[in-house]
Design a binder for this molecule. Structure first.
Ligand code: DX5
Ligand code: ZN
Length: 220
């Protein structure tokens, strides 16, 4: 399955955003990762609907929305979801998970369910037919620059087996958090397909060079 890169836009240098997006487009980046946080589900506030609307005017790269908010069903309608955008909502964040996932597909998005490091894979048991992928958090949501929760490396492998065991061989696995070049190689070998690239690798120094290094690290 394809290996794809999704730069974490909360880690961008906002004073040279246009230049960075040009680099992403020239580098064939597949998605732009948009962290949305409400200060409750995740202890931080990040990237609003207006920022995303503006961003869509300046690039055709699909967005990879990551809702780290309580009751995402309430805030989802405020965001522009275009055909092909990924929209991840946390299994831990709503009692209406199946309804939210269908809200996403009804709007043309790719519904993904996200699970925190301590959330068992079984939490997605009842929604495997309603998702296009699983976002496996490799850190606890909230901030860039955190250290990998080591158990999540094996969790990627177990998630792959879980999906394949339910006939969802075509469901993708995205990883988010401390995706360094070294971690990305292991994550890719364990079955990850989409890599949220942040301060651990991509944004550390020359972005163009780091993009090429990341491509090499995830290629297997
Ligand atoms: C974590 C964020 C990510 C990511 C940032 O809540 O969703 O954007 O961790 O990348 P790193 O971990 O490399 O700084
Ligand atoms: Zn994220």
């Amino acid at each position: 399955m394809k290996k794809m890169i999704s730069p974490s836009m909360m880690c961008c240098d906002f004073f040279s955003l246009g230049k960075q997006i040009e680099i992403f487009e020239n580098g064939g980046v597949e998605y732009l990762h948009i962290d949305i946080m409400d200060g409750h589900f995740a202890p931080n506030i990040a990237l609003g609907a207006d920022f995303c609307k503006e961003l869509k005017k300046h690039t055709r790269i699909p967005l990879d929305y990551h809702f780290m908010v309580e009751k995402p069903e309430n805030i989802l309608p405020a965001y522009d979801i275009s055909e092909g955008d990924i929209v991840s909502v946390h299994a831990e964040s709503t009692v209406h998970l199946q309804r939210v996932l269908t809200m996403i597909s009804d709007r043309g998005g790719q519904p993904f369910v996200a699970i925190n490091p301590a959330t068992p894979i079984s939490a997605i048991e009842e929604v495997t037919d309603y998702i296009d992928g699983v976002l496996v958090m490799s850190v606890n949501p909230g901030f860039a620059g955190q250290k990998l929760v080591a158990s999540t490396l094996d969790k990627i492998k177990r998630t792959r087996a879980f999906l394949d065991g339910r006939g969802r061989e075509n469901a993708l696995i995205e990883v988010d958090g401390n995706v360094s070049f070294e971690n990305a190689k292991i994550m890719s070998g364990n079955g990850a397909n989409i890599f949220v690239a942040g301060t651990s690798g991509l944004f550390r120094g020359n972005i163009e060079e780091n993009l090429a290094t990341m491509r090499k690290a995830i290629a297997i």
